[in-house]
Design a protein around this ligand. Structure first.
Ligand code: GLN
Length: 536
């Protein structure tokens, strides 16, 4: 086993340039050449993890098998690489400081002043090398969140500087991602922001090895030459990253630009093996050449920021390719739905997906959407809170329990069909205390979910506090709502279905986290298939 090589990805000029997609695309190309690769994200905020952030702040919170609540970029890493990430793949400033302060309290630095350099930077360097030290990876790509020049990014850039020096130039390199804006009035692409950004990086003692330039227009050779001259890189190390029609095109685009070759050369790794992207490109072909179209409604309360539902929309893309069907999403704000207008909002949909969420804002609208899907035989997919709303809707409108609710929304409801488990009742702290990560589920044969998974034992990721109340099992199942998936150890209900409906599935877990390009999630695939059937 060779020594692990490190690639750091920094960003400049603006945020939202797509560092995560560039990192994932490079990783994909290296993986397709036979290297084992993983990607890590360092986030400069002080929260221990994004689990306590409102989706409006930071988009979706992604969950790993080991129950880490992480940045949504980890979702891209898994969707591109098809390998699971873990707690070690996402580190925040909060976590760094927490462990340094814990060590200080234990007396591990006894007699010393604890400082950003070396204590914080040592901790960062340690976290960067944890994945490499497992011996499982030829290459670790570490994405540094934020933009160079931010005060909060400084300890990370300093740690990169130290690591570059300690590991040696053939073992660690820096890719700097910047923006080349186009000034319409001047009709020109401008390099100055990139020059400034690189200068800022260099003031911290870090010289970029490769520049990846986001641009809406082709970058000419002249501009590449100019960038090379001002930014201390060779012309062939200036890589253009043109806007793509789908993020899944980016690996091919980066291959055409030679990003992987440049990186392998610098890391003194063999470029002989060409990347094999057959399955990936098959997916792209199907995705781009659909033979039919369906329209699916996504009912949520964070629809203003579509990143809040990133893994769901990506899972729909994977399922759309599998079905060779274009899936258009009608974004529906659950707060806009009232008994009077629900049919107007949902008319014409081939599928209805009720999204996860927390708190009572917009839940009555979600319940109305479930009812509409159930009564009109429209394929329904309820995820986490969406599943809980389906149980509430059925209890209210079929069992006649008008008060049925989740104790999350009404603590004193006379029919708590969704409620807290005993172990959650003791919990007072909000951070990292939900039912998180992978849990087993046993599926009933003959159900729609069995048809999808084609097996009886599955493992899926969770992120919730409230659960189906088993007290109501004896009322719901004789009236036609079946529990078709149960945790074999705890007896907790994981899946509900209505057999007397074309496709009505609610899952307490988050299937979207496990959908990848190479392994589209079976439930999303079958949901889109059911929508397709509905459209005919
Ligand atoms: N708010 C619900 C719970 O905590 C559902 C959470 C979710 O949809 N992820 O149980």
């Amino acid at each position: 086993m060779n020594k692990t090589k490190y690639v750091f990805v920094t960003g400049g000029v603006t945020s939202s340039l797509g560092k995560g997609i560039i990192a994932a695309s490079l990783a994909k190309l290296l993986q397709a050449r036979g290297f084992s690769v993983t990607i890590q994200k360092l986030d400069p905020y002080i929260n221990i993890d994004p689990g306590t952030l409102n989706p409006y702040e930071h988009g979706e919170c992604y969950v790993t098998d080991d129950g880490a609540e992480t940045d949504l970029d980890l979702g891209h890493y898994e969707r591109f690489l098809n390998i699971p990430t873990s707690q070690a793949n996402n580190v925040t400033t909060g976590r760094i400081y927490q462990s340094v302060i814990d060590k200080e309290r234990k007396g591990e630095f006894l007699g010393k002043t604890v400082q950003v350099i070396p204590h914080i930077t040592d901790e960062i360097k340690h976290r960067v090398q944890i994945l490499g030290n497992t011996g499982d990876f030829d290459i670790v790509i570490t994405e540094i969140g934020g933009t160079v020049g931010d005060i909060e990014s400084l300890p990370y850039v300093e740690s990169v500087r130290q690591l570059l020096w300690e590991l040696g130039e053939e073992n660690a390199i820096v890719i700097h991602l910047t923006l080349i804006p186009y000034l319409a009035a001047a009709g020109e692409l401008k390099t100055k922001p990139t020059q400034h950004s690189v200068k800022t990086l260099m003031q911290s003692g870090v010289n970029p090895d490769v520049l990846v330039c986001r641009t809406e227009h082709e970058i000419s050779d002249d501009i590449k030459r100019k960038l090379a001259l001002f930014c201390n890189v060779k012309k062939e190390d200036v890589i253009q990253s043109l806007d793509a029609s789908t993020i899944y095109d980016v690996p091919n685009l980066m291959f055409e630009e030679g990003l992987d070759t440049v990186v392998l050369k610098k890391l003194q790794l063999s470029e002989e093996k060409q990347p094999i992207l057959t399955v990936w490109n098959n997916f792209l072909k199907k995705y781009k050449n659909p033979t039919s179209t369906v329209e699916v409604g996504l009912i949520g309360k964070y629809v203003e920021l579509q990143d809040s539902y990133k893994s769901i929309t990506e899972a729909l893309i994977h399922a759309s390719a599998s079905n060779e069907t274009k899936v258009t999403i009608r974004w529906i704000h659950s707060e806009d739905l009232t008994p009077g207008n629900v049919s107007e909002h949902l008319k014409g949909l081939n599928g209805i997906l009720v999204a996860p969420g927390f708190g009572d804002r917009g839940i009555e609208g979600k319940i109305k959407a479930v009812q509409y899907a159930r009564e009109n035989n429209i394929p329904f997919f309820g995820i986490c809170l969406g599943m809980q709303m389906a149980v509430i809707e059925y209890s209210r409108n079929v069992l006649g329990l008008a008060e049925a609710n989740s104790t999350e929304m009404n603590e004193h409801t006379s029919h708590p069909v969704i409620c807290l488990m005993e172990d959650q009742k003791e919990v007072t702290k909000k951070g990292g205390t939900m039912r998180l990560g992978a849990w087993d589920c046993e599926i009933s044969e003959g159900s729609n979910v069995f048809k999808a998974y084609k097996k009886t034992m599955i493992s899926e990721r969770h992120r919730h506090r409230y659960e189906f109340n088993n007290e109501y099992l004896k009322l719901l199942s004789p009236k036609g709502m079946q529990t078709t998936g149960v945790n074999p150890k705890t007896g907790l209900v994981e899946i509900i279905e209505i057999p007397n409906h074309p496709w009505f599935v609610g899952v307490q877990y988050h299937p979207e986290y496990k959908s990848t390009v190479l392994n589209p999630h079976p439930l999303f695939v079958d949901f889109v298939k059911a929508a397709l059937q509905h459209s005919k």
